[in-house]
Write a protein that binds this ligand. Structure first.
Ligand SMILES: Cc1cc2nc3c(=O)[nH]c(=O)nc-3n(C[C@H](O)[C@H](O)[C@H](O)COP(=O)(O)O)c2cc1C
Ligand code: SF4
Length: 452
């Protein structure tokens, strides 16, 4: 069984490890920041580029590239925002970092701020994390007192402050431009890109970096070990470690940190998480949070892939798929936010999709007609099915609605809400047909299905 490699979780869960600054410093905390502020900022950016670090918030975008796209010539202030909205169902890693090791994030942020000449940074935390917000405020007060945050940090001329901004409980605030609108005090309507790429026109129309909590924790370790050394962890193009949050029908759900691509989905679910519950078999898995496309056990995936400089054939069952950004994208899903949701043969796919559709219909911000109307219609159709009014053609109807959302909206929520429906129907189409058989005596119709 592959061993966990705990970099972000190195101290978390160790006996006696607490989230206060004294404990963090006893374990080497803030030494990397002290060394980093003596270096040239460009060197730190170069280390992050060399490391190959990809964002852990969802899209897996290169962190070094994101930083290099910042408009540094505008003369405007540059902001950093940490995305601690963590609303994607199935994802619960950032909360654990915030609760158990907030100073690791603060150190990663301060190194990022120094490297990018940021004087003001924000942590945007979802409204449902009051405990996380309290812990962060306490940690920031400690870090200010110890002169790691604030004016003239560690005796240098560099000053930078960090503020915690609490959301009010909307999934769309995790989308980076919706988040920026929310910090500005407005409704979190995502902005159109172009022109509103945060690197150019972000917070208060100034260049802004938005990174996930886990991503910025990695920055601290990259600054400590160097980009070259970090790039050797994981696999080429999929470097470092990442935290996988496993939930659902396995014997040992929880948090696990592995080198990216060094373990397969089968090893994760069977060896690490103990396999299916007694008497059950695995049916399906969503590998990267609820918006990632669902995968079905028993499927095979064939094709060619680049390994180092060579092209190689692959022929995988689901168990053989490496848990990395590129492999999961190759088989039609995504690594997303690292939330692995496992379903066994007790689960009805129609009912599971009804649950997901209810979430997305509730969370659409309503700006774009295809998303606002389409997410609601998908919810109403799956609700009607569950309430006993299923028809054999509902799978096709659902797909038809979903196909008209993705690619036609302002933000990627359009994809996030349509990918589950598209993939559930594609992979489990026969179940959507036979669900109607089971419920054909019912009188439920769309008209009798509750709207909310
Ligand atoms: C609908 C939607 C919700 C999102 N929610 C989150 C979230 O809760 N946390 C997060 O880090 N990124 C989320 N993202 C991705 C962010 O827009 C952004 O890409 C990310 O914070 C960048 O950080 P990274 O490059 O470090 O991954 C979401 C994106 C979309 C489209
Ligand atoms: S895609 Fe949906 S969530 Fe995104 S801006 Fe449009 S309506 Fe809002």
């Amino acid at each position: 069984m592959p061993e966990q490699r705990r970099i972000i979780f190195k101290h978390i869960d160790s006996p006696g490890y607490t989230n206060d600054i004294a404990c963090y410093q006893q374990n080497g905390g803030y030494e990397t920041l002290k060394a980093a502020v003596l270096r040239k900022p460009e060197e730190l950016i170069e280390e992050v580029k060399k490391s190959g670090l990809r964002g852990r918030g969802g899209a897996g975008f290169s962190c070094g590239l994101k930083w290099s796209l910042l408009d540094r010539k505008s003369g405007k202030p540059i902001y950093l925002i940490v995305n601690a909205d963590e609303s994607e169902p199935g994802t619960f890693k950032d909360r654990y970092i915030l609760h158990q090791d907030p100073h690791q994030l603060i150190e990663g942020m301060m190194i990022t701020c120094f490297a990018n000449n940021v004087k003001q940074a924000y942590i945007y935390i979802r409204g449902e994390f009051p405990e996380g917000a309290r812990i962060l405020e306490k940690a920031l007060a400690e870090a200010r007192k110890a002169n790691f945050v604030g004016s003239n940090i560690v005796g240098t001329t560099y000053s930078c402050d960090i503020f915690v901004h609490r959301g009010a409980g909307a999934y769309i605030c995790g989308e980076e431009t919706g988040l920026i609108e929310s910090i500005e005090g407005k409704r979190p309507y995502p902005r159109i890109k172009p022109p509103f790429f945060p690197a150019v026109l972000g917070l208060y129309q100034c260049p802004t970096i938005v990174n996930n909590v886990e991503t910025l924790c990695h920055v601290k370790h990259i600054a400590a070990m160097g980009g070259e050394a970090y790039s050797k962890i994981g696999t080429p193009g999929n470097t470092g470690t990442r935290i996988l949050c496993v939930s659902g029908h396995v014997k040992r759900p929880g948090y696990y940190e592995f080198e990216v691509g060094k373990l397969t989905l089968g090893e994760l679910l069977n060896d690490v998480c103990g396999g299916p519950l007694p008497g059950r078999t695995f049916k399906a898995v969503i590998p990267g949070g609820s918006s990632a496309k669902i995968l079905r056990f028993g499927e095979r995936f064939k094709g060619k892939r680049k390994v180092g400089a060579e092209m190689q054939d692959y022929d995988w069952g689901l168990d053989d798929v490496p848990m990395d950004f590129d492999s999961l994208a190759m088989i039609g899903s995504m690594a997303g936010s690292g939330g692995v949701i496992v379903m066994d043969d007790s689960v009805s796919m129609v009912e599971a999709l009804a649950n997901i559709n209810a979430f997305y219909a509730h969370e659409s911000c309503g700006q774009c007609t295809p998303c606002r109307e389409g997410s609601l219609w998908m919810k109403r159709i799956t609700n009607r099915m569950v309430l006993g009014g299923a028809r054999p053609e509902d799978g096709a109807l659902l797909k038809n609605v979903a196909d008209q959302i993705a690619g036609r909206t302002i933000c990627a929520f359009g994809e996030a809400c349509s990918w589950p429906t598209q993939s559930f129907v594609l992979k489990f189409g026969e179940e959507f047909k036979t669900y109607a058989e089971r419920t054909k005596d019912s009188s439920a119709t769309l008209a009798t299905t509750p709207l909310v």
